[in-house]
Design a protein around this ligand. Sequence first.
Ligand code: GDP
Ligand code: MN
Length: 376
Amino acid sequence: MKIHEYQAMELFKEYGINTARCELALNAARAAKIAGDFGSKVVVKAQVLVGGRGKAGGIKLASSSPEAEKIAEDILSMEVKSIPVKKVLVAEAVDILKEYYLSITVDRDSKRMVFIGSSSGGVDIEQLAVNSPDKIHKLYLASTDIPPRKEIQDFAVKIFEDESLAEKAVDTMLKMHRLFLEKDCSLVEINPFVKVAGGGLLAVDAKINFDDNGLFKHPGIAELRSAEEYSADESSARCAGLSFVSMDGNVGCIVNGAGLAMATMDVIKLFGGEAANFLDVGGSSNPDKVLTALRIILSNKKVKVILINIFGGITRCDDIAKGIILARDGIDIPVPLVIRLIGTNDSEGRQILKDKGLTVLEGMSEAVQKAVELAK
Ligand code: GDP
Ligand code: MN
């Protein structure tokens, strides 16, 4: 799960990570008031759950309260990467001497937590990772224990030019490490982490992602979930208790079990097709779930065919068949259905569908191939 910069800034403050003074505004008048109260230059920042706001024009400096009002009005009426801006963060502007990059995340290949840092932080970090990977330093952690200070120091001196700056960075890294573990994060990122006059280091941007599987431990964070992170069909699927992810292709998928759903997407690709979604209807067999799943998939107009791939275990094929009939009688299904049923009660399921004139396949390859052909 992602949260907005202003929410991440709150967590940074809670963990003692230095940030610039900032406050959220929902309208331009409020932004002007905050700028007036700060009595300094401010940065007005679009609060959207995507990166690259600076380059997209969603971050602007204002040198007075009236200017902050004008800029907030502009930003509040724009879209950043097709997401309408509804909130802005007004932050006290700082004079940046240098921009660094610092983050902590999990490296899936080595299955370890890793600190990532660079002395060339800022809006071009992705480019830097591609063109000059040598400028990006990594520190893999041996365990979830607090890493030895010496190890972090050795890492920090490679990035921060003088020792006193490196020492400050070490303190910040230890705080990031604690935040990362205590809140079950998947990413804590400061970009840019800036050097200001007087030798201080300040987090000018804040990005935190959470592991969804740990959210039950943090109800206060779970409630920060924003609808903006999910497509409309992902949101309705979530409400219906279905595990669903939107994809770019045109083959809609209804599958039981996350493993089979992943395998189904692989086989679709193997036969030259592209899945429109990942959908796991789960283990329990409730005909209503099939109906809901079909409804959600059909709301995506790109879908040209729906592949139903069920390997019945706890899920009973006759219940799935009843769900399909329920849907066919209740809603308009303008695309062909390719159905593969096998496992618990499959002969009953097949009979139910046959009686209503629907064909059922047994083999997975056969079914996927047919669906991919129909989608072309
Ligand atoms: P992002 O583009 O979504 O990552 O947004 P950031 O919050 O990182 O801001 C983008 C860029 O705006 C930063 O890399 C800075 O160069 C600049 N910026 C942000 N805050 C300030 C500030 O207080 N003062 C100055 N001078 N520049 C800032
Ligand atoms: Mn940034």
